[in-house]
Design a protein around this ligand. Structure first.
Ligand code: NCD
Ligand code: ZN
Length: 332
């Protein structure tokens, strides 16, 4: 069995900077034609000069690979002039509630105080990407944030809003209620639940924000992805941390999946007889939603086993040591 995917896209990716960037960016560029690059560096990517610098850093890290970095700015109180100038260089603006996740301390304290920025973004047609978690109880954060999504979607009906890395049944249902809401879904949230993180021996390499939820949540996400729900796109949220920050007290949040994404998804979609829907999930939906035309790249996967390496430099990938039933066998 095999499947060929045209221009796969990862619509939510952390590639970091410096030596980590040079290790992880080529791994994404090998299998993907492009990716949405998250801006949560320290300090964040929150002005044009830094955005242009970071774009060049990513391009230089991927070298000659066919790969388009779709850049994002870190949400703050921008002026119209700033956003007009930045617009040609970005895909959207990523909003983090302050303190919600890794490197988000500079995020938004009060979303309600940012109306003028949302209005400018709507007028300039700049998409809003959101880390949708409140500061409530960890399992309820995403569900509670649905109220914010409803408010934004109704107040700014022409603003395209992406609910990033959704993990609950409620979020999937919300998508169908508002025309201007879209969502990314990670690969790991299609296959794990909270049990895999802390139900047995604790697995730090599966600890991320938002935390994996209940089996019925995972199943709702999986059904939507397998059905090629037209408003859902792959956004891996692959978030590498050095092993020293994962296997320690105060484990950093983030699952590193970049090098195993397409084999994992091919195996999963094949198991469910849905290989013909994978193209929509990994590229076509995103192209339509974001109106982007990525560079042409055809990635062929076959049911040839792949054993996941224990480490990529200092980073432990999800499911290290496990053998997947599928692998990438050609890239053109
Ligand atoms: C991400 C990271 O490490 O940058 N961590 C995570 O658990 N997903 C940040 C994020 O997207 O929340
Ligand atoms: Zn992320």
């Amino acid at each position: 069995m095999n499947v060929s995917l045209t221009s796969p896209l990862d619509m939510h990716l952390h590639v970091r900077q410096d030596s980590m960037l040079r290790v992880v960016a080529p791994l994404s560029a090998e299998h993907f034609a492009g990716a949405v690059i998250m801006p949560n560096l320290l300090p964040p990517v929150d002005h044009l000069e830094r955005l242009l610098w970071y774009t060049e850093e990513v391009r230089s890290a991927v070298g000659t690979a066919t790969f388009e970095p779709y850049m994002t700015l870190f949400f703050r109180d921008y002026t119209e002039q700033e956003l007009e100038a930045a617009k040609p260089h970005l895909l959207g603006i990523k909003l983090y509630p302050a303190g919600a996740t890794t490197n988000s301390e500079a995020g938004v304290q009060h979303i309600s105080a940012m109306d003028h920025v949302f209005r400018i973004m709507q007028d300039l047609d700049i998409p809003l990407l959101v880390h949708g978690e409140t500061h409530g109880f960890v399992m309820d954060r995403e569900r509670e944030f649905c109220e914010v999504y409803k408010h934004l979607a109704t107040t700014y009906p022409r603003l395209r809003i992406t609910m990033e890395h959704i993990t609950t049944q409620d979020s999937v249902q919300l998508l169908d209620r508002f025309e201007n809401l879209f969502a990314t879904v990670t690969a790991h949230h299609l296959v794990i639940t909270l049990d895999d993180v802390v139900g047995g021996l604790m697995n730090p390499h599966l600890f991320c924000k938002p935390i994996a939820k209940r089996p019925e949540d995972r199943d709702a996400l999986l059904q939507a992805a397998l059905a090629a729900h037209p408003k859902i796109m792959l956004g891996s949220d692959s978030a590498p941390h050095p092993v020293s920050s994962k296997e320690c007290p105060g484990c950093a949040a983030g699952v590193f999946t970049a090098p195993i994404l397409l084999p994992l998804l091919a195996e999963l979609f094949a198991q469910h007889g849905a290989l013909d829907r994978l193209q929509d999930f990994v590229s076509s939906n995103a192209q339509r939603i974001y109106r982007v035309t990525p560079p042409h790249k055809v990635v062929t996967l076959q049911d040839v086993p792949m054993t996941i390496p224990p480490m990529y430099d200092t980073v432990v990938p999800m499911w290290a040591g496990r053998t997947l039933g599928w692998s990438v066998t050609a890239v053109h």
